[in-house]
Design a protein around this ligand. Structure first.
Ligand SMILES: [Fe+2]
Length: 407
């Protein structure tokens, strides 16, 4: 597709950049205009590092799961050498999704193939049985012997560039993109004592079709202004007055900060205390806060003194996204007595927040479509939103400039 210009003037978008004290919210059309969404996908999701999950979700060679990124179906698989490949699941014969079921019920006939996971040595397209190995090489193509010049070894599933940071798998559609990890040094330092790379994923879940713009999800996750209001009562142990964010500088690949708590070892559940064993490597000050990190555009991480959790955000339209989420724990935690019961209690605790955040996000999205939608001002407790805008506008401006130069 041709490079798109921004349908919203860059000068207008730029009013949302900089310090929270002077910035205004992004233009409502940035949350609601399908044309802006097309531009934004080119400017952001097709050029930046997109998190597709954790390497520990596929610990053994042959383990795989599927994921859809920017509307494209992919397989995330560990090969025989132990490396993680992220490759297109579009068969290079007739474009069937190779991980689709061979048969579905009438209610599913016209739905897209479901996400799946499993273990195997090859992927066989259900349509004509073209078969690919764990590196995407075509290793089987029945009855192609009379086809002139056909050579299996010429064909493989397209692979995306991948990078792993702290156990998270990232992909990039842009072969020329700067590596990610070297730009995450300050975040690495801030989170070092969590030993995130060694943590294990528990209970990953994917929720498709969340009916609000992807940025509304990220903003709600990161900003510390609403917890003492929308979550009054259940978030009181980590009040909004304790919100503090690391300053954002151009070139940073992460936004992060913390909510300082009024007691140590707080947790997001009705006891307001951690449920799992304390992460032993944390310092005393680290026990007195809840930390939040965002590696835009897709990965959100929350860190409590006993555990962490992550969300990945995959936009599907201007009005919707798919959210994947999971807990991560130190490897010893899932072995404790009554772990499953404690996990159940923790998930129920998070539900209290979701019951407030998810309908709020849905209503905010509807509000952004109103003729009366504001470009509102920011509190210091949500200064991270101005930083996020700054990150976005850098990308919007660069993409608009590339499109202008190309035209
Ligand atoms: Fe919230």
């Amino acid at each position: 597709m041709a490079a798109l210009r921004s349908p919203i003037p860059i000068e207008e978008l730029a009013r949302s950049s900089g310090e929270f004290s002077t910035a205004v919210g992004l233009p409502p059309a940035a949350y609601s205009d399908p044309g802006f969404f097309e531009f934004e996908m080119q400017a952001v999701y097709e050029r930046e590092w997109i998190c597709v999950g954790r390497a520990d979700q596929i610990p053994d060679p042959g383990d795989f799961y599927t994921i859809t990124v920017v509307g494209e179906p992919f397989i995330v698989a560990r090969n025989k050498q132990g490396e993680v490949n992220v490759m297109s699941s579009v068969c290079q014969h007739r474009a069937m999704c190779i991980t689709a079921p061979a048969q579905r019920t009438p209610a599913e006939w016209f739905e897209l193939p479901p996400e799946t996971s499993g273990h195997g040595n090859t992927f066989r397209c259900p349509y004509h049985w073209w078969t690919y190995d764990l590196d995407g090489r075509l290793v089987g193509a029945p009855d192609m012997d009379r086809t002139t010049g056909f050579d299996k070894s010429d064909i493989r599933l397209p692979r995306l560039r991948t990078e792993t940071w702290q156990g998270f798998i990232f992909v990039n559609f842009d072969a020329g993109a700067e590596p990610l990890s070297p730009r995450l040094g300050r975040l690495d330092e801030a989170l070092a004592n969590f030993c995130i790379e060694d943590m294990v994923t528990v209970d990953p879940a994917t929720v498709p079709g969340l009916p609000f713009n992807w940025k509304i999800m990220a903003e709600n996750f990161m900003e510390g202004y609403h917890p003492s209001r929308l979550h009054k009562g259940i978030h009181d142990f980590a009040p909004s007055s304790g919100a503090e964010y690391a300053p954002y500088e151009p070139g940073d690949a992460a936004l992060f900060g913390a909510m300082h708590a009024i007691h140590p070892d707080g947790g997001f559940n009705p006891t307001e205390k951690i449920i799992f064993p304390l992460i032993e490597t944390l310092t005393e000050p680290e026990r007195w806060k809840i930390q939040f990190a965002y590696i835009p555009p897709s990965l959100l991480i929350g860190l409590q003194p006993d555990s962490a959790f992550w969300f990945t955000v995959q936009p599907t339209s201007v009005d919707s996204h798919t959210l994947s989420m999971a807990y991560i724990f130190p490897p010893s935690t899932p072995q404790i007595h009554l772990f499953a019961e404690k996990l159940h209690a923790a998930i129920q605790g998070v539900e209290l927040f979701n019951n407030q955040d998810l309908p709020t996000n849905t209503a905010v999205h509807a509000g952004m479509k109103s003729r009366f939608a504001p470009r509102g001002r920011y509190s210091w407790q949500e200064s991270v939103l101005a930083s996020f805008n700054t990150w976005l506008v850098e990308r919007y401006a660069a993409a608009d400039e590339r499109a202008r130069a190309a035209a």
